[in-house]
Design a binder for this molecule. Structure first.
Ligand SMILES: *[C@@H]1O[C@H](CO)[C@@H](O)[C@H](O)[C@H]1NC(C)=O
Ligand SMILES: *[C@@H]1O[C@H](CO)[C@@H](O)[C@H](O)[C@H]1NC(C)=O
Ligand SMILES: *[C@@H]1O[C@H](CO)[C@@H](O)[C@H](O)[C@H]1NC(C)=O
Ligand SMILES: *[C@@H]1O[C@H](CO)[C@@H](O)[C@H](O)[C@H]1NC(C)=O
Length: 417
């Protein structure tokens, strides 16, 4: 979790490690509330566009931020806009997204600029110790992956992020894991935790003394590397994606198939087992969906399918009706409020890449429809939505609107006709 970065001192041996035998039931639970919808594509496009247009008045074009939410959250808004254009086949938000990125990257020159849009690096470059700094560093990790495949939207230009970029300096290489030394860290790193190599884990803050590694940063890294592998066909990105995917697979999945939060890269202590957040599983399955296509390796497809099935049914963030309750916060913004949007975006990518598994696609569209119908029927006030998806409706908040966008955009894709 972004804010709660300090690993609780829970020794690893207290944790039941995964057998990876969690079940893969792709059936739609009949207890889910209203899991289908008959709105036609044109209406779904219109609903998504109205939702995006309702947040745009909050955009400050001078700094590419949105009033009421933070920097990394803003990356999620631009991402939803780009995905809208991709899925609707339009260029509606091309100018705003492109200008927003240019502005953000100019103001925060840590970015590496190649082409008309740029993927942000994260970690490894700024020595930031303040809370603001940490938030901003997270943002750098978050932005590129929120943007997804910009080149899929005609007129958008995707740039390439090289292995020499800062995010790639925050990973533990195989050699680092063998030597117990990571070049950007001043302490001895754990070579193994619970008998598994720490190679592939990614530190989430660039401070030389900070030893925290987490699943979201490693999942972002996996996803970024897999997308780059797909785009460039360069094996170094494929290998980077595989190593980090393996790290999560071996160390960060609980017995129910849900991705855990963090591990201390020095002492192997862990985040509490109860720290289960949608976006950790969501970003990982997004990366796995690309990795399975890049490698053709059925292990990644099986793992993606299993985690997806487990995550959409997890009691960690929903009751039997299926409506996600995580991050509901009618009165104030918080880091967790938009995690569920990142989860939904990951599910969308899994669905888009699972044309050979109709049961999985049905499960995903049913799950998104549960959220879609809840937002439209229980949480909507005109075209704005509460961050509490089971309702009640309330006056517009930027964070509530942000959280809803990916559901609206995903519904364009996962439903038919
Ligand atoms: C996925 O789940 C199936 C069914 O429970 C299991 O046989 C398989 O080993 C799992 N695969 C992975 C990679 O988790
Ligand atoms: C995208 O960016 C690259 C790198 O700057 C450039 O060579 C290319 O012409 C751009 N493509 C488009 C369609 O703008
Ligand atoms: C983006 O999509 C295009 C067209 O579908 C594909 O050729 C390209 O490999 C994809 N790139 C990434 C980074 O996903
Ligand atoms: C709906 O939004 C309007 C305008 O923001 C606000 O005045 C009104 O109180 C909201 N309705 C509910 C039920 O919260």
């Amino acid at each position: 979790m972004w804010k709660a970065s300090i690993m609780a001192l829970i020794p690893l041996f207290l944790l039941l490690l995964p057998s990876l035998a969690f079940s893969q039931d792709l059936g739609v639970p009949l207890s889910w509330r209203d899991f289908s919808n008959s709105r036609l594509r044109a209406e779904r496009i219109s609903i998504a566009k109205d939702a995006i247009n309702s947040i745009l008045p909050q955009l400050d074009t001078s700094n590419a931020q949105f009033h009421g939410i933070g920097y990394w959250q803003a990356g999620n808004v631009f991402s939803a806009m780009a995905n809208f254009d991709h899925l609707a086949g339009t260029k509606t938000y091309q100018t705003q997204v492109t200008n927003g990125l240019k502005t953000a990257f100019k103001l925060y020159p840590i970015s590496i600029s190649l082409g008309t849009t740029t993927m942000m690096p994260c970690g490894g470059q700024l020595q930031l110790t303040t809370v603001t700094g940490r938030t901003r560093t997270k943002a750098y990790c978050q932005w590129p992956l929120q943007l997804g495949n910009m080149s899929r939207s005609s007129g958008y230009n995707v740039s390439v992020h090289h292995l020499s970029s800062p995010i790639y300096q925050s990973v533990i290489s195989t050699a680092d894991a063998s030597s117990g030394k990571q070049p950007k860290k001043s302490f001895a790193i754990a070579k193994t935790c619970d008998g598994e190599s720490m190679a592939g884990g990614v530190f989430w803050r660039p401070v030389s003394t900070d030893s925290s590694i987490n699943s979201i940063t490693t999942g972002l890294y996996t996803t970024l590397s897999a997308f780059l592998a797909e785009t460039t066909k360069d094996a170094k990105y494929t290998n980077a994606a595989i190593l980090s995917a393996q790290w999560i697979q071996k160390l960060q999945i609980n017995a129910k198939g849900i991705v855990l939060d963090g591990v201390d890269g020095s002492k192997c202590t862990r985040s509490p087992a109860s720290w289960l957040f949608t976006y950790n599983s969501g970003k990982y399955i997004e990366g796995l969906s690309v990795l399975k296509d890049v490698t053709g390796d059925i292990i990644w497809k099986a793992l993606m399918t299993n985690i997806t099935a487990a995550a959409v049914k997890s009691s960690a963030w929903e009751g039997s009706n299926g409506i996600i309750t995580e991050g509901a916060s009618p009165k104030s913004n918080n880091d967790g409020v938009g995690f569920k949007a990142i989860f939904i975006r990951g599910l969308d990518e899994v669905s888009a890449r699972s044309g050979d598994n109709s049961a999985l696609q049905i499960l995903i569209h049913s799950y998104n429809d549960v959220q879609y119908n809840a937002l439209l029927q229980l949480a909507a006030n005109g075209t704005s939505y509460s961050s509490d998806w089971k309702g009640p409706p309330q006056a517009f908040t930027t964070w509530g609107q942000l959280a809803a966008l990916d559901v609206m955009v995903t519904a364009i894709n996962t439903n038919s006709p």
